[in-house]
Design a protein around this ligand. Structure first.
Ligand SMILES: [Zn+2]
Length: 91
C-alpha cells in the first residue's frame, strides 16, 4: 500500500493538524484501483485504472498516471470542504 498523494483538509488546516488528510492510495494487492480515503471523516472514493494482472510494471505505472488526475480532483475537492474532526475519547 503506497500513499501517492496527500491533501490537508480544511479542518486540519485550521487547527494545524497534519494528520487530517485525504490520501490517494495505491493498494498493491488490488492493482487496478486507486483508493481515496479521508482521515477526518472516513469518506472514500475509488478510481479504476483498468489494469490487468499481466500488465508490466511500466503499464501499471502508465495506467496509474492516467487515472491520477481524476483521483487528485476528487481528493482535493473533498479536502477543501471537509470540516470533520475525529472523536477523541480522552477529552
Ligand atoms: Zn472528510
Amino acid at each position: 500500500m503506497t500513499v501517492i498523494a496527500r491533501y490537508l483538509t480544511v479542518a486540519g488546516s485550521g487547527i494545524s493538524d497534519r494528520e487530517l488528510t485525504v490520501d490517494i492510495i495505491d493498494e498493491a494487492l488490488k492493482r487496478g484501483r486507486l483508493t481515496v480515503v479521508c482521515r477526518g471523516c472516513a469518506w472514500g472514493d475509488s478510481h479504476q485504472t483498468g489494469s490487468y494482472y499481466d500488465d508490466t510494471d511500466e503499464q501499471t505505472a502508465q495506467r496509474i498516471a492516467e487515472t491520477l488526475p481524476a483521483a487528485r480532483k476528487s481528493a482535493q475537492e473533498h479536502a477543501e470542504k471537509c470540516r470533520a474532526l475525529p472523536i477523541d475519547d480522552n477529552r
